[in-house]
Design a protein around this ligand. Structure first.
Ligand SMILES: [Zn+2]
Length: 91
């Protein structure tokens, strides 16, 4: 699972995108929140492989409709669901 965080320029919410990559492309979810305005919602995220940029980045849209550019490099990666990416511990 990969994670990226943004501040949406459209609705000024904090936005978190989490996704995993498969042969079909990107699938995951987008969540936005602004506690002071009572906003806490999200949407499913699905990007076909053909729409991924060369570096693995992709475009998606916030719940408010604002386009967000997700870079190929994740802000954080969780190995929980990526069994191929084993961490090798030193001896
Ligand atoms: Zn937004």
């Amino acid at each position: 699972m990969k994670y990226n965080w943004f501040e949406c320029p459209g609705c000024r919410c904090q936005v978190a995108v989490n996704y995993s990559e498969s042969a079909q492309g990107i699938s995951g979810s987008l969540r936005r929140w602004a506690p002071e305005r009572g906003i806490n919602d999200g949407r499913a995220l699905s990007v076909p492989r053909a729409e991924l940029a060369a570096g693995g980045g992709f475009m998606t849209a916030c719940v408010c409709g604002q386009s967000l550019s997700v870079p190929g490099k994740a802000d954080a990666v969780s190995a929980d669901r990526e069994g191929d990416l084993r961490v090798t511990l030193g001896e």
